[in-house]
Design a binder for this molecule. Structure first.
Ligand SMILES: Nc1ncnc2c1ncn2[C@@H]1O[C@H](COP(=O)(O)OP(=O)(O)OP(=O)(O)O)[C@@H](O)[C@H]1O
Ligand SMILES: [Mg+2]
Length: 255
Protein backbone atom coordinates (compact mmCIF):
# COMPACT_ATOMS: atom_id res chain seq x y z
CA UNK A 1 0.00 0.00 0.00
CA UNK A 2 1.18 3.53 -0.72
CA UNK A 3 2.38 5.66 2.15
CA UNK A 4 0.08 8.50 3.14
CA UNK A 5 2.03 11.72 3.65
CA UNK A 6 -0.89 14.11 4.26
CA UNK A 7 -4.17 13.16 5.88
CA UNK A 8 -6.99 15.68 6.22
CA UNK A 9 -9.68 14.33 8.56
CA UNK A 10 -13.04 15.93 9.03
CA UNK A 11 -11.86 19.52 9.15
CA UNK A 12 -14.23 22.38 9.88
CA UNK A 13 -13.12 25.92 8.95
CA UNK A 14 -15.01 29.09 9.80
CA UNK A 15 -14.20 32.74 9.25
CA UNK A 16 -16.79 34.47 11.43
CA UNK A 17 -20.11 33.20 10.15
CA UNK A 18 -18.63 32.04 6.85
CA UNK A 19 -18.29 28.25 6.99
CA UNK A 20 -15.69 27.26 4.42
CA UNK A 21 -15.12 23.57 5.23
CA UNK A 22 -17.64 21.43 7.08
CA UNK A 23 -16.18 17.96 7.36
CA UNK A 24 -13.58 17.78 4.57
CA UNK A 25 -11.43 14.67 4.13
CA UNK A 26 -8.63 13.69 1.79
CA UNK A 27 -5.30 11.91 1.74
CA UNK A 28 -2.16 12.48 -0.28
CA UNK A 29 0.20 9.59 -0.97
CA UNK A 30 3.96 9.55 -1.15
CA UNK A 31 5.33 10.59 -4.53
CA UNK A 32 2.12 11.67 -6.19
CA UNK A 33 1.10 14.94 -7.78
CA UNK A 34 -2.17 15.69 -6.02
CA UNK A 35 -4.58 18.33 -7.29
CA UNK A 36 -7.03 20.51 -5.37
CA UNK A 37 -9.92 21.57 -7.58
CA UNK A 38 -13.07 23.51 -6.93
CA UNK A 39 -14.87 26.73 -7.70
CA UNK A 40 -13.61 30.13 -6.63
CA UNK A 41 -14.10 30.48 -2.88
CA UNK A 42 -14.50 26.74 -2.28
CA UNK A 43 -11.59 26.82 0.18
CA UNK A 44 -8.65 25.46 -1.82
CA UNK A 45 -6.11 28.09 -0.80
CA UNK A 46 -7.39 27.97 2.77
CA UNK A 47 -6.87 24.20 2.87
CA UNK A 48 -3.38 24.56 1.43
CA UNK A 49 -2.54 27.17 4.06
CA UNK A 50 -3.82 24.84 6.76
CA UNK A 51 -1.53 22.07 5.48
CA UNK A 52 1.44 24.38 5.98
CA UNK A 53 0.28 25.73 9.35
CA UNK A 54 -0.44 29.28 8.21
CA UNK A 55 -4.09 28.77 9.16
CA UNK A 56 -5.74 26.34 11.54
CA UNK A 57 -9.11 24.61 11.22
CA UNK A 58 -11.65 25.00 14.05
CA UNK A 59 -11.88 21.22 14.37
CA UNK A 60 -10.70 18.05 12.71
CA UNK A 61 -7.10 17.02 12.16
CA UNK A 62 -4.44 17.43 9.51
CA UNK A 63 -1.41 15.14 9.64
CA UNK A 64 1.68 15.88 7.57
CA UNK A 65 4.60 13.43 7.37
CA UNK A 66 3.20 11.64 10.41
CA UNK A 67 2.83 14.75 12.59
CA UNK A 68 -0.58 15.88 13.85
CA UNK A 69 -0.67 19.61 13.26
CA UNK A 70 -3.18 20.33 16.06
CA UNK A 71 -0.78 19.17 18.77
CA UNK A 72 2.64 19.52 17.16
CA UNK A 73 5.44 20.91 19.33
CA UNK A 74 7.34 24.04 18.42
CA UNK A 75 10.50 22.04 17.69
CA UNK A 76 8.72 19.53 15.46
CA UNK A 77 6.91 22.27 13.58
CA UNK A 78 10.22 24.01 12.88
CA UNK A 79 11.58 20.74 11.47
CA UNK A 80 8.43 20.17 9.44
CA UNK A 81 8.55 23.67 7.92
CA UNK A 82 11.97 22.91 6.48
CA UNK A 83 10.53 19.84 4.83
CA UNK A 84 8.25 21.68 2.46
CA UNK A 85 8.50 24.34 -0.19
CA UNK A 86 5.62 26.61 -1.17
CA UNK A 87 4.75 28.55 -4.29
CA UNK A 88 1.90 30.93 -3.51
CA UNK A 89 -0.88 32.04 -5.84
CA UNK A 90 0.89 35.31 -6.62
CA UNK A 91 4.33 33.66 -6.82
CA UNK A 92 5.58 36.69 -4.94
CA UNK A 93 9.30 37.41 -4.98
CA UNK A 94 10.84 40.25 -2.98
CA UNK A 95 11.03 43.06 -5.53
CA UNK A 96 14.10 44.67 -3.95
CA UNK A 97 16.15 41.44 -4.10
CA UNK A 98 17.72 39.80 -7.15
CA UNK A 99 16.64 36.34 -8.24
CA UNK A 100 19.73 34.82 -6.59
CA UNK A 101 19.02 36.66 -3.33
CA UNK A 102 15.37 35.60 -3.43
CA UNK A 103 16.29 31.96 -4.03
CA UNK A 104 18.92 31.94 -1.27
CA UNK A 105 16.85 33.61 1.42
CA UNK A 106 15.96 30.45 3.38
CA UNK A 107 19.54 29.20 3.29
CA UNK A 108 20.73 32.45 4.84
CA UNK A 109 17.91 32.42 7.37
CA UNK A 110 17.89 28.77 8.45
CA UNK A 111 21.43 27.49 7.93
CA UNK A 112 24.98 28.41 8.87
CA UNK A 113 26.34 27.44 5.47
CA UNK A 114 29.23 29.55 4.22
CA UNK A 115 28.32 32.18 1.62
CA UNK A 116 30.26 30.43 -1.15
CA UNK A 117 28.29 27.21 -0.65
CA UNK A 118 25.00 29.12 -0.55
CA UNK A 119 25.92 30.75 -3.85
CA UNK A 120 26.70 27.34 -5.37
CA UNK A 121 23.38 25.86 -4.21
CA UNK A 122 21.48 28.90 -5.50
CA UNK A 123 23.17 28.63 -8.89
CA UNK A 124 22.30 24.93 -9.04
CA UNK A 125 18.62 25.56 -8.21
CA UNK A 126 18.34 28.38 -10.76
CA UNK A 127 19.76 26.03 -13.36
CA UNK A 128 17.44 23.20 -12.25
CA UNK A 129 14.28 25.21 -12.93
CA UNK A 130 15.46 26.05 -16.44
CA UNK A 131 16.43 29.69 -15.94
CA UNK A 132 19.55 31.02 -17.68
CA UNK A 133 22.51 31.80 -15.43
CA UNK A 134 22.15 35.47 -16.31
CA UNK A 135 18.74 35.54 -14.58
CA UNK A 136 20.47 35.27 -11.20
CA UNK A 137 21.38 38.95 -11.09
CA UNK A 138 18.05 40.28 -12.42
CA UNK A 139 15.34 41.84 -10.27
CA UNK A 140 11.76 40.46 -10.38
CA UNK A 141 10.53 43.45 -12.43
CA UNK A 142 13.00 42.44 -15.14
CA UNK A 143 11.57 38.93 -15.53
CA UNK A 144 8.76 37.54 -17.68
CA UNK A 145 5.76 35.95 -15.94
CA UNK A 146 7.08 32.45 -16.61
CA UNK A 147 10.51 33.37 -15.26
CA UNK A 148 8.96 34.72 -12.04
CA UNK A 149 7.23 31.36 -11.52
CA UNK A 150 10.47 29.49 -12.13
CA UNK A 151 12.42 31.73 -9.76
CA UNK A 152 9.74 31.25 -7.09
CA UNK A 153 9.96 27.50 -7.69
CA UNK A 154 13.74 27.57 -7.27
CA UNK A 155 13.22 29.39 -3.99
CA UNK A 156 10.64 26.79 -2.87
CA UNK A 157 13.08 23.96 -3.62
CA UNK A 158 16.19 25.50 -2.10
CA UNK A 159 16.03 23.46 1.13
CA UNK A 160 15.51 20.17 -0.76
CA UNK A 161 12.01 19.64 0.62
CA UNK A 162 10.08 16.36 0.59
CA UNK A 163 6.83 18.20 -0.10
CA UNK A 164 6.04 20.92 -2.59
CA UNK A 165 2.86 23.04 -2.34
CA UNK A 166 1.76 25.03 -5.38
CA UNK A 167 -1.20 27.40 -5.58
CA UNK A 168 -2.31 27.94 -9.18
CA UNK A 169 1.24 27.64 -10.53
CA UNK A 170 0.26 28.06 -14.17
CA UNK A 171 -2.23 30.91 -13.78
CA UNK A 172 -1.24 33.90 -15.87
CA UNK A 173 0.94 31.82 -18.19
CA UNK A 174 0.07 31.27 -21.84
CA UNK A 175 -0.71 27.64 -22.81
CA UNK A 176 2.86 26.98 -24.02
CA UNK A 177 4.37 28.44 -20.84
CA UNK A 178 1.87 26.52 -18.71
CA UNK A 179 2.71 23.24 -20.42
CA UNK A 180 6.44 23.85 -20.00
CA UNK A 181 5.93 24.59 -16.30
CA UNK A 182 3.83 21.43 -15.89
CA UNK A 183 6.57 19.38 -17.52
CA UNK A 184 9.14 20.95 -15.22
CA UNK A 185 7.09 19.90 -12.17
CA UNK A 186 6.85 16.38 -13.55
CA UNK A 187 10.59 16.23 -14.14
CA UNK A 188 11.45 17.63 -10.70
CA UNK A 189 9.09 15.19 -9.01
CA UNK A 190 11.10 12.34 -10.58
CA UNK A 191 14.53 13.77 -9.89
CA UNK A 192 13.85 15.03 -6.36
CA UNK A 193 11.42 12.35 -5.24
CA UNK A 194 8.85 15.01 -4.34
CA UNK A 195 5.25 14.74 -3.28
CA UNK A 196 3.37 17.66 -4.83
CA UNK A 197 0.06 19.24 -3.77
CA UNK A 198 -1.24 21.77 -6.27
CA UNK A 199 -4.31 23.95 -6.42
CA UNK A 200 -5.33 24.29 -10.03
CA UNK A 201 -8.12 25.42 -12.33
CA UNK A 202 -6.21 24.20 -15.32
CA UNK A 203 -7.84 21.15 -16.89
CA UNK A 204 -4.73 20.63 -19.02
CA UNK A 205 -2.66 20.23 -15.84
CA UNK A 206 -5.20 17.80 -14.43
CA UNK A 207 -5.11 15.88 -17.64
CA UNK A 208 -1.34 15.76 -18.08
CA UNK A 209 0.44 15.76 -14.71
CA UNK A 210 -1.94 15.27 -11.78
CA UNK A 211 -2.10 11.68 -10.50
CA UNK A 212 -5.09 12.06 -8.19
CA UNK A 213 -7.14 15.02 -7.06
CA UNK A 214 -9.89 16.24 -4.79
CA UNK A 215 -12.86 18.31 -5.91
CA UNK A 216 -13.99 20.78 -3.23
CA UNK A 217 -17.64 21.80 -3.19
CA UNK A 218 -20.52 22.19 -0.75
CA UNK A 219 -17.90 22.72 2.00
CA UNK A 220 -16.58 19.18 1.57
CA UNK A 221 -14.40 17.06 -0.66
CA UNK A 222 -17.16 15.84 -2.95
CA UNK A 223 -14.94 13.57 -5.04
CA UNK A 224 -11.41 12.17 -4.74
CA UNK A 225 -9.49 9.94 -7.11
CA UNK A 226 -7.82 9.68 -10.50
CA UNK A 227 -9.18 11.53 -13.51
CA UNK A 228 -10.65 8.29 -14.85
CA UNK A 229 -12.42 7.71 -11.55
CA UNK A 230 -13.69 11.25 -11.14
CA UNK A 231 -15.06 11.71 -14.67
CA UNK A 232 -17.42 8.84 -13.91
CA UNK A 233 -18.74 10.69 -10.83
CA UNK A 234 -22.38 11.61 -11.42
CA UNK A 235 -22.63 14.59 -8.99
CA UNK A 236 -23.67 17.80 -10.77
CA UNK A 237 -20.84 19.92 -9.33
CA UNK A 238 -18.29 17.40 -10.52
CA UNK A 239 -19.97 17.16 -13.92
CA UNK A 240 -19.83 20.94 -14.21
CA UNK A 241 -16.04 20.84 -14.10
CA UNK A 242 -15.58 18.08 -16.58
CA UNK A 243 -18.28 19.02 -19.04
CA UNK A 244 -16.30 18.31 -22.16
CA UNK A 245 -13.34 16.40 -20.88
CA UNK A 246 -14.92 12.98 -20.81
CA UNK A 247 -15.59 12.96 -24.51
CA UNK A 248 -12.06 14.19 -25.10
CA UNK A 249 -10.58 11.33 -23.11
CA UNK A 250 -12.74 8.77 -24.85
CA UNK A 251 -11.67 10.05 -28.24
CA UNK A 252 -7.97 10.14 -27.24
CA UNK A 253 -8.25 6.55 -26.03
CA UNK A 254 -9.76 5.65 -29.38
CA UNK A 255 -12.99 4.42 -27.76
N1 LIG B 1 -7.98 35.11 6.22
C1 LIG B 1 -9.27 35.05 5.92
N2 LIG B 1 -10.18 35.74 6.64
C2 LIG B 1 -11.50 35.69 6.36
N3 LIG B 1 -12.03 34.95 5.36
C3 LIG B 1 -11.16 34.25 4.60
C4 LIG B 1 -9.76 34.26 4.83
N4 LIG B 1 -9.16 33.46 3.91
C5 LIG B 1 -10.16 32.98 3.14
N5 LIG B 1 -11.35 33.44 3.55
C6 LIG B 1 -12.66 33.09 2.95
O1 LIG B 1 -12.71 31.69 2.79
C7 LIG B 1 -13.33 31.31 1.59
C8 LIG B 1 -12.41 30.43 0.78
O2 LIG B 1 -11.32 31.19 0.32
P1 LIG B 1 -10.12 30.53 -0.47
O3 LIG B 1 -9.12 31.60 -0.70
O4 LIG B 1 -9.65 29.33 0.27
O5 LIG B 1 -10.83 30.08 -1.82
P2 LIG B 1 -10.21 29.39 -3.11
O6 LIG B 1 -10.92 28.10 -3.30
O7 LIG B 1 -8.73 29.34 -3.03
O8 LIG B 1 -10.68 30.40 -4.27
P3 LIG B 1 -9.90 30.93 -5.62
O9 LIG B 1 -10.08 29.83 -6.63
O10 LIG B 1 -10.65 32.15 -5.98
O11 LIG B 1 -8.46 31.18 -5.26
C9 LIG B 1 -13.75 32.61 0.92
O12 LIG B 1 -15.09 32.84 1.23
C10 LIG B 1 -12.87 33.66 1.56
O13 LIG B 1 -13.49 34.90 1.63
MG1 LIG C 1 -7.17 30.30 -4.05
Amino acid sequence: MSNTVIEVSDIVTRFGTNIVHDGANLSVRQGEIYGLLGGSGSGKTTLLKQMIMLLHPQSGEISVLGQKLSTISRTDSAILRRNWGVLFQSGALYSSLTVAENVGIKLREYTDLPLKLIQDIVRMKINMVGLPETAAELYPAELSGGMVKRAALARALVMDPALLFLDEPTSGLDPVGAEAFDNLILELREILDLTVVMVTHDLDSIWSIVDRFAVLGEKKVIAEGTLNEIIENPQPIVRQFFGGIRGRIRSQNGK
